[in-house]
Design a protein around this ligand. Structure first.
Ligand code: KIV
Ligand code: ZN
Length: 511
């Protein structure tokens, strides 16, 4: 019988550790629902002890998800494990993922613990976690630089204590594929009763080898891969889910494994994650990049037209390209809009919010004849969030620009019931608009990122803008979309200001 490869998605935990990618509770729930639709086996929803916000977000995800397991990370510390256990309580299936570092460099310099203390704590942590769930995963942080005999000793002890999944992380992205495979194979052969647990791998991408290392682990016996959508994650990121899944599927001759992933949802999931986090996907990224299935050279085009397999090893539609069929249009009614939202996993809590969203949808349909699912996701991202208090509201924006005149923007903003108007010049219209907004709000925040992306194709496509602002150590991402990119930019800036003032975004998860 063909073995199963378990997909453990950590977009909402390790992915969220990408600078500026922290998500609100609602955003986490939206992504989690999409991950469930994608068929992910385990959703690591966050690190419960990191902040009350992260705790609540995990609890909310646990309450919404029906089929996937919901997991919280926890250091091997009693308080972390208690928080993780409570946060996953509403889940149908809940997992605690506890970890402690096992490498000499981490034990001596970071933990200041001896190997025997680390061993003892690892076992204690598994026992504490078992009080909340029988699905306990143990990770040996920095396993890549840990000594094999010590890893064997620790894994043996935590398996005896009751851990069901043993995760071997390349925390610093240091390994080379053949070495990583060898390490996994040695551990599986040396650890007593290794066949009673699932072996897992978690690889970082510092040398660009996270996917290759993960696949090498799979070839050597790992049956769970920890990965993220679009390869998001700490520093250079984690192994990308889409690359792992499509490698295993496309090269079934080599891996002979199946996963639960419904690959046609890969691209929509990737787009949702990039919309919410503001991390755009590079065009030449495998599987989900805009050019991943584009054939530019005449020879290639000719080949594909004659026989697709000449230059294509996968079908674009199998990973969800082209799945963005027109979903709604100008004549669509409130019910059609509501059922499309439900199909996309978006549940607006009240009729009033639905009416507001429907109004916005109608406004968009007036400007843009074909409304795709991506448009709806973007509309909901910037127009609706029950968590964000709309302190600032964009009332009007007019701009003037010509080749011989400095660009100028006039903005009207409503702040707590009072309308204020300011005009500013700038090096371009976006610059002038942001300066005019700042003249009104005087927020004192620093602009860290401004990025524009087209949501769908065509010149009537909406531009989706991300603005990342920092203030007093907090970093927030604002999103705005509109068929006019200056308006989209103003909306994104104001959305970020509202997030900053709502004090919604949590501190960096591992602070
Ligand atoms: O990279 C790492 O080691 C981790 C662990 C917490 C699994 O993220
Ligand atoms: Zn990690």
């Amino acid at each position: 019988m063909t073995d199963k490869l378990i997909i453990f998605d950590t977009t909402l935990r390790d992915g969220e550790q990408s600078p500026g990618a922290s998500m609100t509770q609602e955003e986490k729930v939206r992504i989690a629902l999409q991950l469930e639709k994608l068929g992910v086996d385990i959703i690591e929803a966050g690190f419960a002890a990191a902040s009350p916000g992260d705790f609540k977000a995990i609890e909310a995800v646990a309450g919404k998800i029906e089929n996937s397991s919901v997991c919280s990370l926890a250091r091997a510390v009693q308080n972390d494990i208690n928080k993780a256990g409570l946060a996953i309580k509403p889940a149908n299936k809940g997992r605690i993922h506890t970890f402690i570092a096992t490498s000499p460099i981490h034990m001596e310099n970071k933990l200041r613990m001896s190997p025997s203390q680390v061993l003892e704590r690892a076992v204690e942590a598994v026992n504490w976690a078992l009080e909340y769930t029988d699905d306990v995963e143990f990770s040996a942080e920095d396993a890549v630089r840990s000594e094999i005999p010590f890893l064997v000793e620790v894994f043996d002890a935590v398996i005896k204590a009751g851990a069901k999944t043993i995760n071997v992380p390349d925390t610093v992205g240091y390994s080379i594929p053949f070495q990583w495979g060898e390490r996994i194979s040695q551990l599986i052969s040396k650890v007593p009763n290794s066949n009673s647990v699932v072996w897992s791998t978690h690889c970082h991408n510092d040398l660009g080898m996270a996917v290759a290392n993960s696949l090498s682990a799979v070839l050597n016996g790992a049956r769970q891969v920890e990965c993220t959508i679009n390869g998001l994650g700490e520093r250079a990121g984690n192994a990308s889910l889409e690359e792992i899944v499509m490698s295993v599927k496309t090269r079934k001759d080599i891996f002979d494994l199946v996963s639960n992933i419904k690959t046609e949802f890969i691209v929509p999931t990737s787009k949702l994650v990039s919309t919410i986090t503001g991390y755009n996907v590079q065009p030449n990224k495998a599987i989900v990049g805009a050019n991943a299935f584009a054939h530019e050279s005449g020879i290639h085009q000719d080949g594909v037209l004659k026989h697709r397999e000449t230059y294509e090893i996968m079908r674009a539609e199998d990973v969800g390209w082209g799945a963005n069929k027109i979903s709604l249009g100008k004549l669509s009614g409130r019910n059609a809009f509501k059922s499309r939202l439900e199909a996309l996993g978006i549940n607006l809590d009240s009729d009033q919010l639905l009416n507001v969203a429907f109004e916005k949808f109608k406004e968009l349909a007036d400007k843009k004849t074909e409304i795709f699912d991506e448009d709806i996701h973007a509309l909901i991202s910037d127009e609706y969030s029950s968590e964000i208090k709309e302190n600032y509201k964009l009332i009007d924006l007019s701009v003037e620009s010509s080749i011989n005149k400095s660009p100028e923007s006039t903005v009207v903003i409503n702040f707590e019931g009072v309308e204020k108007k300011e005009t500013s010049k700038g090096s371009g219209l976006v610059d002038a608009t942001f300066k005019a907004i700042e003249k009104i709000v005087n927020s004192g925040s620093e602009l860290l990122l401004f990025s524009v992306n087209n949501i769908t194709s065509g010149t009537d496509s909406q531009g989706e803008v991300t603005v990342r602002l920092a203030k007093n150590g907090r970093v927030v991402n604002g999103q705005g979309s509109d068929t006019d990119i200056i308006t989209a930019s103003a909306k994104a800036y104001i959305n970020a200001l509202n997030k900053i003032t709502s004090k919604l975004e949590r501190a960096h998860p591992q602070v």
